[in-house]
Design a protein around this ligand. Sequence first.
Ligand code: WTA
Length: 654
Amino acid sequence: MPRKTSKSTSQSSIDVLLREERIFRPNAAFRRQASVKDASIYGKAARDPEAFWASCARDLVWLRPWKKVLVWRPPHARWFVGGKLNASVNCLDRHLGTAVRNKAAILWEGEPGEERTLTYAQLFRETCRFANVLKDLGVRKGDRVTLYMPLVPELAIAMLACARIGAAHSVVFGGFSAESLKERINDAKATVLVTADGGFRRGVEVPLKKFADEALRGTPSIRHVVVVRRGNFPVQMTEGRDRFWHDLMRDRSAECPPEPMDSEDMLYILYTSGTTGKPKGIVHATGGYMVGVHTTTRLVFDLKPEDVYWCTADIGWVTGHSYVVYGPLSNGATVLMYEGAPDWPDRGRFWQICDKYRVTIFYTAPTAIRSFMRWGIEWPEKHDLTSLRLLGTVGEPINPEAWVWYRNFVGGGRCPIVDTWWQTETGMIMITPLPGITATKPGSATHPFPGVSAEVLDEKGRVVKDGGGYLAITRPWPAMLQTIYGDPERYATQYWSKWDAKTYFPGDGARRDRQGYFWLLGRVDDVLNVAGHRIGTMEVESALVDHPSVAEAAVVGKAHDLKGQALAAFVTLKEGIVTNGDLVDELKSHVVRKIGALARPDDIVFTAELPKTRSGKIMRRLLKDIAEGRALGDTTTLADPAVIQALKQRYQED
Ligand code: WTA
């Protein structure tokens, strides 16, 4: 078991860097051509945020104008009240009468190397045809459709088709297990599931339909299943329920009038981990969300008509929703999509793709950058990366070493880097540089986007000017979540009760430096960030306790060089169960079955007892100390101090 304490945790690196105070200003050539050249945008937006967002909203197509920009009854905000629009019209129809019509909307490359290009006109037709398929399957406005697919164009088409007819999509990332899929289908009570025969990951088939079949045994709301043929993988089709995408699309009309949606009508649900065992269905409305993602895509990525834009996230995560589909398409961008792994068939695949398609904007996660760093500069150096002009990161704090490496070896020292902080709940980028004007510091997401108000607050809600505390968003913003699906109370308590009902609590620690820069420090609640993916410790604990041999489990995050954080599980077994190596593997597989491979614990340690306070609360802080090989913190509140000493020894022996 690895016991060394990582020196590259974001916090320690940030400390080091703060002393260095390195600052990178956008170069003159970039500045000259940037969409935002003038920092007065901040002041203007701050003086009248509603006017600012209204001016952004006018850049979209509305079927009926809004009456009021914002109605704010904490903790519920309504944006562009009275307005009507359709997200698919904004991503597709609006471009048809322009030169964008025959421009590539999607450049897709499969992991085995196939290429597909869809122009805006083609994407429009496919979307309308699939919208008609959904209508024929009985899907109506307000219904939910679950999408469990690999990263193929059909996923974007299915999302836009749902949006066209006013159904909400709920995309479940293809890496989730059958159990997770079932839970999400049932929570949303979806009537249709769209999936595929399978997908590719490092040359191996991921049998999505097989997982879906398992889930479908316990999903009474599903009436129809649509199966995309991705790889000619063998599938079992259930008569009367399952149909192939290509069969349903045959001879289908490409005429489908868009459903005029209220600005506040639901666009989608996306499940994400929280502090309880049950994932939260984050609900995004249509109007505010579209305004938020449209504007941030244009300004944060400095998007221009000739760009080739590549966000490497899977569409199954919010980054893919906002910055692969809705944001870039509403701006008429050419979006690159790559289905597979960065190290298949070799570690230069991403750079080979950047070179081949002449990618200009590249947006990825720090965990990927750390892998690239480890693989060495020979991989990016083998390919021509001179087309790149802007780089971005998202998903977790980026350690300054990785930031500087990214700038030098991917960006050739010339590309600005936008480190963008945001969440599934915020829907849009919230804290970020504006690449033409912001002087960046490696490891800092810098400043709130214009029209967004953020502060660092202490426990009592007092503003921290120079130092650490909690990140708080102090004003509503257009792409904000509307609620948690089916659980409005949890929405209020989870996000709007730490200080007062007007202040949003994202669950992140943050620090401000003397110049007012924001430094995001990771989660402060029981949510971990493993390789840029949010995982609730409670979910993993519930999965472990679900195993017949396990009595109790506590899961903590430990620093990990590549993944940022990894999972360490402390498990007590039921009376009479004998521990052995097989059980460790079995429990790891059990978690993978229940949640998915992304939640597989790195370490599992058996213990006769868990360290608890006298009131019976597990002291996770001490478990984290053990997992990270640190000296134990304050142990005075422990009910039985002997437990922790024994456990520490045990962890080191394993
Ligand atoms: C973390 C992903 C530091 C943060 C878009 C947040 C970040 C969680 C950054 C949301 C960043 C995201 N710097 N931390 N630039 N971006 N995070 O919902 O802890 O999957 O709360 O959304 O990721 O993860 P989610």
